[in-house]
Design a protein around this ligand. Structure first.
Ligand code: 5GP
Length: 192
C-alpha cells in the first residue's frame, strides 16, 4: 500500500533491535486518512472469504482492526493482555512473548466472544517474529473457530514470522512489507 510506505519513509524512525517507531501516524497519534484506507484495503483483500469476526490484541492493533471491522461491517474482538475484572467467567488464554518489551504476557479473551461458529481474521499493527499472531491463532483454535488469515499494517519480513506462518498454510497479507532496515535506510520488498 503506497500511502503506508510513504508514511513510513517520511515519519518512521529505526530504533535499536530492529524496531521501527511509527508513533506519529500509527502507534500513538493516528492519521485518520491512513487508518480509513488501511481498513478498506484489509476489507478488499479478505472480501468473500467468509470472515465472521476480526481478532486483534490490545493496544496497537485495536484501531486498525476497528477500521477494518467497520469497512467489513463485522464485529471485532481484542484480546486483553491481562485478565482484568471486566473479563470474568470462562476465558480463552495463552502466553505470548512480546517482541518490543522482551517479556511474556497472558493474552485473554472471554469465551463468549469467540465461538466454533466463527471464521476469524487476525489483525495487528506489526508482524516481526510472529509470536503475537501465533498467540491470537491459538485463542481462535481454543474456541474451535476457523482462521481466514491474518492482516498486518507493517511486516518486517527479515524477522521471519510472516514466512513461518505462511509455511504453515496461513494466508498473511501485509499493507507494507519491509525487506530490510540498514542504518537509516528502509527497503520495501516491492522495491527490491
Ligand atoms: P511479533 O509478535 O510478530 O514478534 O511482534 C509483533 C508485535 O510486537 C506487535 O503486536 C507490535 O505491537 C510489536 N512490534 C513488533 N515489531 C515492532 C516494531 O518494529 N515497531 C513497533 N512499534 N511495534 C513492534
Amino acid at each position: 500500500m503506497r500511502l503506508m510506505e510513504e508514511m513510513i519513509l517520511r515519519e518512521g524512525t529505526i530504533l535499536p533491535g530492529g524496531v521501527l517507531k511509527v508513533g506519529s501516524f500509527l502507534n500513538q497519534r493516528i492519521d485518520p486518512a491512513l487508518l480509513r484506507a488501511m481498513g478498506e484495503e484489509i476489507a478488499r483483500l479478505f472480501a468473500d472469504c467468509g470472515v465472521t469476526k476480526l481478532l486483534t490484541i490490545e493496544s496497537s492493533g485495536i484501531a486498525i482492526a476497528a477500521s477494518a471491522a467497520m469497512a467489513m461491517d463485522l464485529p471485532m474482538v481484542f484480546a486483553k493482555k491481562h485478565r482484568t475484572s471486566n473479563v470474568d467467567g470462562a476465558v480463552l488464554s495463552t502466553v505470548v512473548h512480546s517482541f518490543t518489551h522482551g517479556m511474556d504476557y497472558n493474552a485473554v479473551v472471554s469465551r463468549d466472544y469467540l465461538t466454533s461458529e466463527d471464521c476469524v481474521l487476525l489483525v495487528d499493527d506489526f508482524l516481526a517474529s510472529g509470536a503475537a499472531l501465533e498467540g491470537l491463532a491459538r485463542l481462535a483454535d481454543q474456541a474451535g473457530a476457523r482462521l481466514a488469515g491474518a492482516a498486518v499494517a507493517i511486516e518486517k519480513r527479515f524477522q521471519g514470522g510472516g514466512d513461518a506462518l505462511r509455511d504453515r498454510g496461513l494466508r498473511v497479507e501485509s499493507l507494507a512489507q519491509i525487506a530490510r532496515m540498514d542504518g537509516d535506510e528502509i527497503v520495501f520488498t516491492g522495491s527490491l
